[in-house]
Design a protein around this ligand. Sequence first.
Ligand code: P6P
Length: 330
Amino acid sequence: MDRITTLDEFIIDKQMDFKHATGELSGLLRDIGVAAKIVNREVNRAGLVNILGLDGATNTTGDDVQKLDMFANDKLVEYLKNSGECCAIGSEELEGFIPLPTKSGKLAKYVVVVDPLDGSSNIDVNVSVGTIFGIYRRVSDPEGDVELADFLQSGTELVAAGYVLYGTSTILMYTTGNGVNGFTLDPSLGEFCLSHPDIKMPKSGDFYSVNQGYYLQFDLDMRRFIDHCSDSKRKLRYIGSMVSDVHRTMFTGGIFMYPNTRKNPQGKLRIVYECNPMAMVVEQAGGKAINTNLDRILEQEVKELHQKSPIILGSCDNVEELISFVKKYR
Ligand code: P6P
């Protein structure tokens, strides 16, 4: 049996690869891992503990907020605050970003964007949910206040990105721009252990993932591509939880789509804490991530914290095939 490599060990080992690394980013990643373990525990207990069901609030984009969403949000804020490496957080569950107090006078240089519990509509029916995170170096004056501009950076400026999938097992996937590695939580150890080193997405795949219920609301090019996938007898898989649908695509290959619709003319998924982090992970695994104008997701201009974007991501061959349909039918 191979020696177990824990997330902490891996992060420290990889830190050695960056001769100028100061350990701050490593500390931040470790703290995200701790918060994920706590969220995992509550997600797994949710059916037993009265933290299910809507708490009457709605988040910034009108989604009903479930209690577990707020629990996950609060835990991530708490642990990121403890880290002393993060100076502010932007979250799906919070209207604006929240500055974090400096710790022992230290000027933290990172901001974190997070969707604390993506796919929350699935919680009550015991379908996988996930946490999505991204880390930027702040661009505002370290001696001054954090600014919105720190959160509206291009996705290409992400220093790290990843997600946690609370599924049949709990897996944390992340990248710092040198490939993607997956860590599965071993409950007996309470540690995330390296289980999927250097993940590469298949160059093509038979799975396509889209909410077929919106078919008639999609633009013609999207509908013709979906028709082609169906005519080619590809497998439609759609869980309705972005982390789950993207995670499957990482390993089976294929394509995930959330195009614009009449209901969501800018798409539904948020650029800052859903599209950009997932796009970085997918690209680092050898895939592609674009919007329905065929722009690279990571290069999109970001003007608002909760700005939405249509998104198409997956295996290079499948995304290139969709691009050919857009060019033909647009
Ligand atoms: P729809 C979950 O609510 C979410 O934000 C993503 O996780 C998921 O991909 C999408 O919305 C599902 O949206 O409209 O297909 O139910």
